[in-house]
Design a protein around this ligand. Structure first.
Ligand SMILES: [Zn+2]
Length: 323
């Protein structure tokens, strides 16, 4: 489980953020998110350089209550990594089905999950209790609408990465529906810019070099991050140019920019350190995920639309088709 509740304060924390937020976490008590359950949870693999993803685990001699909502959802998420889930299971988990590209997000930055807990249950979704909403609530504090509309790409990416067998579900963007598996396009070696069109989420590995260190501090108005993916500019000589993503700082609110920057800096430092210490986790990479467009004046620059960029230091599995 990647989340737990701090017993004294009821605050919900992500295991991966524990070290930053609570360096004294060893002296704290964590419990299961489901208040009816509330069994004690222990942080695991929190230390830097840990090969496994940070998480919370229960103690060996204790079990979640039978209908612990959080345990059920966690189990489904684990299952979804390795096999196709049924429609009933998918609906229980929930996934973003509408990407609201243009919606204003500025006012929602300070909202907490509590405000998302109102009971205007008129959308025909049943059986989704409070835990469900807490669970859906992603790490970046973005309000998650009950109709599964999202205004940032983080949860879309969580679904894509977490459920490689279920990428046949659809998402709506600018009035068009598309399956997740076609919604994502990888920028890799020798990718012509003509393939980077339409409303898609583009993603690629970030070059781990000094060039990308402190990328958010280098220029006053823009951020450039160089990817490993490239396009050939000359077939004969084999010359190529790497793609880079460009963020226009002026198009993003300060709060949002700070969050994106902090996430980038943290993941970059971890990945760069792992590389330098030869502590590489198999199949892992530092990735940028971007919703945006190729620059009309330079077709190796991908302009990020508004705030639609995020990062993962993770494995991006291929789409699995279960027959
Ligand atoms: Zn529980």
């Amino acid at each position: 489980m990647y989340k737990a509740r701090i017993d004294d304060t009821d605050e919900i924390v992500l295991a991966q953020e524990l070290l930053d937020l609570y360096p004294n976490y060893k002296h704290m008590v964590f419990v299961c998110l489901d208040k009816k359950c509330s069994i004690r949870m222990a942080p695991a693999c929190i230390a830097e350089g840990s090969k496994r993803k940070s998480h919370f685990k229960k103690f060996r001699n204790q079990e979640h209550i039978d209908n612990c909502e959080y345990a059920v959802l966690t189990e489904l998420s684990e299952k979804g990594k390795n096999q196709k889930l049924t429609n009933t299971q998918i609906n229980k988990i929930g996934y973003p089905s509408v990407f609201n590209v243009q919606e204003k997000i500025e006012n929602q930055e300070n909202e907490t999950y509590i405000e998302n807990n109102n009971k205007d249950d008129d959308e025909g979704i049943t059986g989704r209790g409070d835990i469900m909403k807490l669970y859906e609530f992603d790490s970046d504090n973005i309000k998650f609408d009950r109709r599964n509309k999202v205004q940032s790409i983080d949860r879309i990416i969580d679904w894509y990465l977490g459920f490689p067998y279920n990428r046949d579900v659809e998402i709506e963007i600018n009035g068009k529906r598309i399956e997740y598996q076609y919604f994502f396009k990888k920028i890799k070696e020798n990718t012509p810019s003509s393939r980077l069109l339409n409303d898609r989420i583009f993603y690629g590995m970030i070059m781990l070099s000094e060039k990308n260190q402190d990328a958010f501090e280098k220029y006053p108005d823009s951020v450039y991050i160089t990817l490993l993916g490239f396009k050939k500019i000359d077939e004969l000589s084999g010359q190529y140019e790497n793609y880079s993503v460009k963020v226009d700082k002026r198009k993003i609110s300060t709060g949002f920019l700070t969050r994106i920057r902090n996430k980038y800096n943290r993941l970059f430092e971890n990945a760069y350190k792992d590389l330098k210490e030869n502590n590489i986790v198999k199949n892992y990479g530092l990735y940028a995920f971007v919703y945006g467009n190729i620059d009309p004046n330079n077709d190796t620059i991908l302009n990020v639309e508004r705030h639609h960029i995020t990062f993962r230091y993770d494995e991006v599995r291929k789409t699995m088709r279960e027959r």
